[in-house]
Write a protein that binds this ligand. Sequence first.
Ligand code: NAD
Length: 259
Amino acid sequence: MTQIMDGRCALVTGARNKWSIAWHIALSLHREGARLAFSVFGEREENSVRKLMADAGIDAPVFQCDASSAEQVEQLMQQAGSFFDGRLHCLVHAIAFAKKEELSGEYVATSQDGFALAHDASVYSLITLARAARPLLAREGGSIVTLTYLGAERVVPGYNVMGVAKAALEASVRYLAADLGGEQIRVNAVSAGPIKTLAAGAIAGFDSMIQHVSERAPLKRAVDADEVADAALFLLSPLARGITGETLYVDGGYNITAM
Ligand code: NAD
């Protein structure tokens, strides 16, 4: 039986452990027949992802890349390009970072360097990756998916500078979609409900966010990483070939409520 991602080449960034949303997206892509390559932040992440791959029976290269370095991203795309014979169909951007001290208390206290760091790692990395991947994605048409959160639009206590970075990320999705659409490169975001991961653990009061969503969301529960992954898979797949510049909510419907 043919699978929806048969013959498709996917580069997944942002996996670091079994909780990472990026790892679950990789599992969904693998399940549907995609060829995978991983880009990880450092050696510890590489070892962790290699172990996960071995346990899951996945054979794929793992490249190290600091996505806030344009040089390293260029090198990453050269490595991915030679592995995938000069083409790429899917690029997953699942990268975010802010200093822990910026993720509690008042937003008004955000430091200038904390603001810059959060935007550099969490937003500009998408632009750098999209620019460097463009020639590979343009070969046969491609799809970029990034991960965002409702804190981009609403004030979520503790989310602070990351909410402002996610607003810039969602706007970047629209601008990139407009730039790259003529080459049949689509750019979309999945807005995930709160899921316990290492990055999420840095946000003050995160457990109560999950509790709040479980009580108020129309589905009366929080979502899990596999549900987010399957929505990302849809956007990465030819099933979403007419969709670009969008933010798709996978949050049990929480975003439609008055809260
Ligand atoms: P995670 O901690 O597993 O993943 C974050 C990843 O970002 C890590 O792999 C880390 O190595 C990587 N990273 C940070 N700085 C980097 C850099 N300079 N270069 C390369 N990689 C870098 O956590 P996650 O929750 O799976 O996060 C993935 C994405 O999902 C993030 O964009 C996050 O904001 C978003 N998201 C998460 C939730 C949630 O509740 N967990 C909800 C909505 C959106």
